[in-house]
Design a protein. Structure first.
Length: 303
């Protein structure tokens, strides 16, 4: 039995569920929008025992051989969000979320991906140190609350970008003169600045020991948020040493599935920006025709 934990509106979760369903692989969907219909009975000890119920459906924990988890904030589910801060509904949702996170850490089942492994994404500087140990170049970086340090960094590199320091999604933006009036705001929020690295974007999805690469052609600094036209995404390949380094990054971070963001410079150098521990792979799969969902389903179905 394969456990899926998330919401139906999430495309990667839906894609994996549909593939398992077509293949006739048993799965148990824990839909977070039904958080108030969800219950857990769990007993600790030498062997984790108990059951998980959603409505009238039930699964024993020992029956679960693998799990694909992409949980959203349970406090933002429709049945919970409108209730008072200290409501029974919010308490129930928090307890279910905590129990499933704890289970996903200690279960012998194959989990894509365990929360402790995904936590590296909460600190981009820490993750960058892992990328460098695996042989990748990373952009020269400044994390600061000092306005003058930003000015000096910009003067040193000529072109810089800024983005989130944590795993919270942000729009990667080129720093320019129009941002000068807002620069004093960094005093209140540590911000990450990096040298701008020119080149071609490549996304490599690591699924187990396999890799699926695609090239992204875009004139925007952050192709995920195009200002002019949609990015052109095509299937691609990367050199064997880069492919091996991507797998090494995923292994070093404890990730069975990862989205590795690379850029190849005009002079042939390879930079790695980050490793996404819960990639929205359907965006790339649809555009490039890569069989990523099938590979994830294969990994979940392995004995």
């Amino acid at each position: 039995m394969i456990l899926l934990w998330g919401i139906h509106a999430d495309e990667p979760t839906e894609a994996v569920m549909s593939t398992l369903e077509r293949r006739g692989v048993p799965f148990f969907m824990v839909d977070q929008q039904r958080i108030l219909d969800t219950a857990i009975d769990m007993n600790g000890g030498a062997v984790l025992a108990g059951c998980l119920r959603v409505g009238r459906r039930e699964v024993q924990f020992h029956e679960i051989t693998a799990a694909y988890i992409r949980p959203w904030d349970s406090q933002r589910m429709k049945a919970v969000e409108a209730t008072p801060f200290n409501s029974i509904e919010r308490t129930h949702a928090a307890m279910i979320e905590e129990a499933l996170i704890s289970w996903s850490e200690v279960t012998p089942a194959r989990v894509i991906n365990r929360p402790s492994s995904m936590a590296s994404n909460n600190s981009k500087p820490f993750q960058a140190s892992v990328l460098r140990r695996c042989g990748f170049l990373t952009p020269r970086t400044l994390v600061t609350t000092d306005v003058q340090a930003v000015r000096d960094f910009n003067a040193q590199h000529g072109a810089i970008i800024y983005k989130s320091l944590s795993g919270v999604r942000s729009i990667v933006t080129r720093f320019g003169s129009e941002h000068a009036p807002r620069l004093p705001d960094v005093a209140n929020c540590p911000t990450q600045f990096q040298e701008f690295v020119p080149g071609i974007d490549i996304r490599v999805h690591v699924i187990g020991s396999a890799t699926y690469a695609c090239t992204i052609a875009s004139s925007d600094t952050d192709y995920r948020y195009p200002k002019s036209q949609a990015p052109e995404i095509r299937p691609s390949t990367v050199p064997p040493d880069i492919e091996s380094a991507c797998v090494e990054v995923a292994n070093a971070l404890g990730l069975l599935v990862a989205g590795i963001d690379l850029r190849q410079t005009p002079d042939g150098r390879w930079y790695c920006f980050e490793a996404n521990p819960s990639p929205g792979f359907t965006f790339y799969e649809k555009a490039a025709g890569l069989p990523i969902t099938a590979a994830v389903a294969d990994l979940l179905s392995q004995p």
